[in-house]
Design a protein around this ligand. Structure first.
Ligand SMILES: [Zn+2]
Length: 327
């Protein structure tokens, strides 16, 4: 009997160790090392500059006017996201804005209302005097954080917004498939709340044009698409969300590429939203953990499409201004 118990104990220990190993593997990050060469060079210069600040957060600045997509900086840990409650981290938000030299923004445009896009948007808007632009769900994130009604601009898709010399066209899009937390946020959302309270609320693509430049940028903030939504539109450069693409089949990846980059005729795709959004921004970015994405598979697929279609596939540098059109 004692021997049986000892044997069962050993088996249980093995199972626990094996399970722990599997969990550690799923939470581990693929290496970015092989793709470092894809990073565009930092180039302050003049004209339209973009600063990538992790996930789908992009700062656009022409020296006179600046606006930002999403503005997600709190990046609570995986355990807090899975098991606890989340709220904007004012210290992290302030520190990241200071590092990026952001004090005034015309707008924060939230691409959809999941935590890693919308949670910090109202705090960024409050700190920078910005208008918060997004879905009715995003507006409820803003209301819940005390942003006054006159600072909210609800969009449905199809609107053209002017910020200084920038024209931003908002287009209806779709989230990447099988996302957690679908649906709408129908009442002001007051954090701390479960991460799942940040429901998608509809997704948008943006086309960013500038009076001083004939070229256009597409921002695709989630690896999904509305079929035909970008047909007849033009962009020179596409900021392309690639996160979770590694978990999709090759047919889906091809369709996503066709409906975004190819549809607008972009010559360059700059990959965003591939980083682990549960790691703080003051360390170098790492790709999403293996449980959420297969970074290598997704990136290799896009690089292959790029070689075939003569589209340059690049990565953005983190936290420094660069010229998205740089030769
Ligand atoms: Zn999302």
């Amino acid at each position: 009997m004692k021997r049986v118990l000892r044997w069962l104990g050993a088996l249980l220990l093995l199972l626990l160790l094996g399970g722990g190993g599997a969990l550690a593997y799923l939470l581990s990050h693929p290496s970015l090392a092989a793709y470092r060469g894809l990073e565009l060079p930092a180039r302050p210069g003049t004209g339209v500059r973009v600063t990538f600040l992790g996930t789908a957060t992009l700062l656009f600045d022409d020296g006179e006017t600046a606006f930002m997509t999403d503005g997600y900086f709190s990046r609570p840990s995986v355990w807090r996201v899975l098991l606890g409650k989340v709220a904007p981290d004012r210290a992290r938000i302030a520190a990241t804005l200071a590092r990026a030299h952001v004090d005034r923004l015309a707008a924060v445009i939230t691409l959809h209302s999941h935590i890693d896009h919308a949670m910090d948007s109202p705090e960024v808007a409050l700190r920078t005097g910005a208008l918060l632009v997004g879905s009715s769900s995003t507006a409820n994130v803003g209301r819940g954080w005390g942003l006054p009604e006159e600072r909210l601009r609800i969009v449905k898709g199809g609107e053209s917004l002017r910020f200084g010399k920038f024209t931003v066209t908002v287009l209806r899009s779709q989230h990447s498939p099988h996302a957690v937390a679908p649906g709408e946020i129908t009442a002001p959302l007051r954090p701390p709340v479960s991460a799942l309270a940040y429901k998608e609320g509809g997704s948008f693509s943006l086309l960013v044009a500038h009076d001083g430049d004939a070229r256009v940028v597409l921002v695709q903030g989630s690896a999904g698409f509305e079929p035909g939504a970008l047909a007849g539109r033009h962009a020179d450069v596409a900021f392309l969300a690639s996160g979770a693409l590694g978990k999709q089949g090759q047919a889906y990846r091809e369709q996503y590429w066709q409906e975004t980059v190819r549809s607008v005729g972009a010559q360059r795709a700059i990959l965003i939203h591939w980083d682990d959004f549960m790691q703080p921004l003051d360390a170098p970015l790492v790709p999403m953990p293996r449980a959420l994405d297969d970074f290598v598979a997704g990136t290799e697929a896009l690089l292959g499409f790029g070689r075939r279609d003569h589209v340059e596939v690049r990565l953005p540098p983190l936290g420094v201004a660069f010229d998205p059109y740089a030769e």
